[in-house]
Ligand binder design. Structure first.
Ligand SMILES: O=c1ccn([C@H]2C[C@H](O)[C@@H](COP(=O)(O)OP(=O)(O)OP(=O)(O)O)O2)c(=O)[nH]1
Ligand SMILES: [Mg+2]
Length: 151
């Protein structure tokens, strides 16, 4: 078995309204996502969306990003998702980490301060540049897409 990647260290700053909240944390030994909690209490009406405060700001090391993903339990049971999933937290962002939630269910959804509302996945970033050309190489697929291979 290949050995797992060693964890990287991410600086995290607690904002005044994050006082007393747990840091984002893995719920199980080999979880991919760290659960992150809400720093605010609110009711999300059906179809409403809100940028939920977490009470924390990050300094992600250069070469990494943090993806913000929905929690499947909230999605399945209550229709709570993220309209921008996976949300992108850039390495150079120093503002408050916010979780944009949307209620796709048909009932108002109450969130208490301290509720786990999403999960954070840390991922390496491959930077790239573009070289503009007049023509591209041929492939078997060519310009076929959007269902070209059938259902
Ligand atoms: O779910 C999210 C998505 C983004 N952000 C913060 C961190 C991210 O680095 C910044 C910008 O996000 P993004 O690039 O997705 O948004 P944009 O609309 O392109 O804004 P900007 O012009 O500031 O890049 O907003 C969050 O806190 N939560
Ligand atoms: Mg952007």
């Amino acid at each position: 078995m290949p050995s797992p990647l060693s964890p990287i260290d991410i600086q995290i700053k607690r904002l005044p309204h994050g006082e007393g909240l747990p840091l984002p944390a893995y719920a199980t030994a080999h979880a991919a996502g760290m659960d992150v909690v809400s720093a605010e209490e609110l009711v999300l009406e059906p179809r409403a969306r809100h940028a939920v405060a977490t009470g924390f700001a990050l300094a992600i090391p250069e070469g990494y990003e943090v993806q913000v993903r929905p929690r499947s339990g909230l999605a399945l049971k209550h229709g709570i998702s993220l309209p921008n999933t996976p949300g992108t937290i850039d390495a150079d962002y120093r503002g408050e980490l916010k979780i944009i939630l949307i209620n796709l269910g048909d009932q108002p959804f109450a969130i208490a301060r301290g509720d786990r509302v999403a999960q954070l996945v840390v991922a390496p970033v491959q930077l790239a540049s573009f070289t503009e050309v007049d023509s591209l190489d041929d492939t078997a697929r060519g310009t076929g897409g959007f269902g070209s291979t059938g259902v």
